[in-house]
Design a protein around this ligand. Sequence first.
Ligand SMILES: [Zn+2]
Length: 362
Amino acid sequence: MTDIIIDGHQDIAWNHFNHGRNFTRSAWATRRRETGSAVAQVYGPCMVGLPDAILGRIAVMCATIFVPPASSKMVPTDRLVYATSDEAYRLGTQQIDYYHRLAGENDRIDLILNRADLDAVLATWAPGTDFADHRLGLVLLMEGADPILEPAQVEEWHARGLRIIGPAWTATRYSGGTKALGPLTDLGRALLEVMASFGMVLDLSHMAPEACLEALDRYEGPVFAGHANPLRFCPDLVDRNLSDDVIRRIAERDGVVGIMPYNLFLVPGWKRGDRKDAATMNTVIAAIDHVCQITGSARHVGIGSDFDGGFGAESTPAGFDTVADLWAIGPALRARGYASEDVSAILSGNLLRILRAGLPGG
Ligand SMILES: [Zn+2]
């Protein structure tokens, strides 16, 4: 079967609400509309649209419910920030409703709520199908759990379709995070317990190392780091990239690390405005290969592009212009000597294993 791709992280709703982007347009159509705009200046050239995703053979994306706290300096111009948990809840709810609408109004987009939904999407990519048949499935992932008012409310979110939770972005009421180190809180420990009772996937991305290690010990359900790179490549990013120790622990739990083709997390000292080609496809392959080398197999690595997650094409390695270009990772892995079945595992199989484990049967 020709390879398909599973993308472990896409902030589709945030791009819709915060930037006014229409996901059903191609990235280039969005770029044309944004020529000279503040959004293009702050967030760079758009990389993600439904047509690009289908062209790039992306069958499934983990689509985020993401709202940043007002206190964060990581999002300079944003209107959609929260100061209280009630505001976080309201904004998060808007985003989950948006995904239901998006899927309801577009016959190329399906919300994946259970394993049967996943299989139905994958069937549209099976041998013998062609471009007109393919559909994109979205699995809903919350990045930063503050919209969940209290752990017991996981039940309500799960009923609305949420299947993956990353407790942290920067710190939340649940966990220390990026640029705000700290442990899991008692509320965070309670959250993990409720998540496990629903068999949800725990996303370790952005969790501060201390919180991440405790969560790996505690959490009984499936785990992954949907968008995160090895710390080895940018040793200063201790609050964002993953140490070899954490990567090995994720592998011990049969988890997966979704590699981000993002220069800031791949090239030490790189900053926005520096050269795009400071990283290349080789850099991305080296990050994938590193996870394979230290875990001893190709079973624990995938792709979590996070394209349009606060940056655009200017900040991704040479050769990556839109999300459609993720396909090129497959041939590059083959050229590096990876066997076909390992390439498939990296592009799709590994993340599919995690998603399947976190989806209700039937
Ligand atoms: Zn993120």
